[in-house]
Design a protein around this ligand. Structure first.
Ligand SMILES: Nc1nc2c(ncn2[C@@H]2O[C@H](COP(=O)(O)OP(=O)(O)OP(=O)(O)O)[C@@H](O)[C@H]2O)c(=O)[nH]1
Length: 353
């Protein structure tokens, strides 16, 4: 039996993973794709957005949500059983796409493909790392990789790593393809510079492509044929490969201690809002004041039957009406994600005001 190819889509919170996958599903050319998605935070926003695409090659049944926390930490409890369920189906998909949470390390997930029950039936076609081009070139959440390198060379005793930049670097180190997304928010020069930096900082042969709204042809994304589970060793920290004289012990450590305690998420609910534009500004202010990384959800707008989808990455807030509420309660539900120490009560009050 031929193994089913599985593509892992990783990338930091809000980089554009869901957007890219949605575009892929809408342009799948008849390829039957099963999706496994994993969100940090418990609102199921991504699942809702993807189900909303209503493409016949990917029905609601083809979308499986992992809900017990971050995929890389619950591989045995959640991911493996889900894969087994999927593989037990009569109608097997042509391709499996797995969207990891924005806080996941891809390496433990890839390792899971070597489990006996999985390895005979599925192979990792490739790892796609989606990058928020705008955020990275502004150094907003992740250090510029080259800058971190330079700093480390200057002073080996200094720890310049943050949980954010470590995650980012691991996601880059694991990539077979790096998608520099949100190029619409960047100038050509900035995009070129970022592409060059990422090329230099990734393994040999890794493709770096630029796009906006994840609009890449399905044939570019799927069918890489890499077999990533067989070359896990190459996917460790980039710094190991290029600067192995550096403080190795420090880098070895963090692969084994991936703690989500460093991050926090909670849901805020409120009644209807009156003015989408004013509310978006209110949300942007809360994000700025409290250094929130990611905020997303749905709002009920007075007098409107449609649900307003609200998406913020850093202080940039996007809104659009997506579909009628139908039988679900007309309320506003937002998931807030940030580094540990968010002032839950104050943020909640500010969003409810
Ligand atoms: N301007 C711009 N906005 C984008 C682009 N790609 C995605 N976005 C927006 O960025 C926000 C986050 O996109 P998602 O696709 O949900 O990102 P994600 O990586 O799935 O987010 P998480 O699942 O929360 O980690 C949404 O508001 C998107 O519409 C892009 O290329 N340009």
């Amino acid at each position: 039996m031929q193994k089913i190819p599985a593509t892992v889509v990783t990338g930091f919170l809000g980089a554009g993973k869901t957007t890219l996958i949605r575009h892929m599903l809408e342009n799948a050319n008849g390829k039957r794709i099963a999706l496994i998605i994993n969100e940090f935070g418990d609102l199921g926003v991504d699942g809702d957005i993807l189900k909303g695409c209503g493409d016949e090659t990917c029905t609601e049944d083809d979308i499986m949500e992992l809900s017990n926390g971050c995929i890389c930490c619950t591989v045995a409890d959640d991911f493996i059983p889900t894969m087994q369920k999927l593989l037990a189906r009569e109608n097997l998909p042509d391709h499996i796409v797995i969207e990891t949470s924005g806080l996941a390390l891809p390496q433990p997930l890839i390792r899971a493909f070597n489990w006996p029950e999985i390895s005979t039936k599925v192979t990792v076609d490739g790892v796609i790392t989606v990058v928020d081009g705008k955020a990275v070139s502004e150094g907003r959440f992740a250090h510029n990789v080259a800058a971190v390198d330079a700093q480390r060379k200057l002073d080996e005793n200094l720890d310049h790593e943050t949980p954010l930049s470590e995650l980012f670097e691991d996601q880059i180190a694991c990539a077979d393809m790096i998608v520099v997304n949100k190029s619409d928010l960047l100038g050509d020069t900035e995009t070129d510079a970022l592409v060059a930096t990422l090329k230099a900082d990734s393994r040999d042969g890794v493709q770096v492509v630029r796009t906006s709204m994840g609009k890449l042809p399905v044939d570019v994304l799927l069918g890489q044929g890499i077999g990533a589970e067989d070359d896990l060793d190459a996917r460790h920290e980039v710094h190991h490969l290029h600067h192995d004289h550096d403080d190795d012990h420090h880098h070895d450590d963090h692969h084994h201690e991936h703690s989500h305690d460093e991050f926090q998420s909670f849901v805020v609910t409120r009644g209807e809002i009156t003015d989408p534009k004013a509310f978006a500004e209110q949300v942007a202010n809360v994000i700025r004041t409290h250094d929130i990384l990611r905020l997303k959800g749905f709002a009920a707008v007075e007098g409107k039957p449609m649900r307003l989808t609200l998406q913020a990455v850093g202080p940039r807030v996007d809104t659009y009406f997506d579909r009628p509420f139908g039988s679900t309660a007309r309320e506003t539900r937002l998931v807030v994600i940030g580094q540990a120490g968010l002032d839950h009560a104050t943020i909640e009050a500010a969003l409810q005001a």
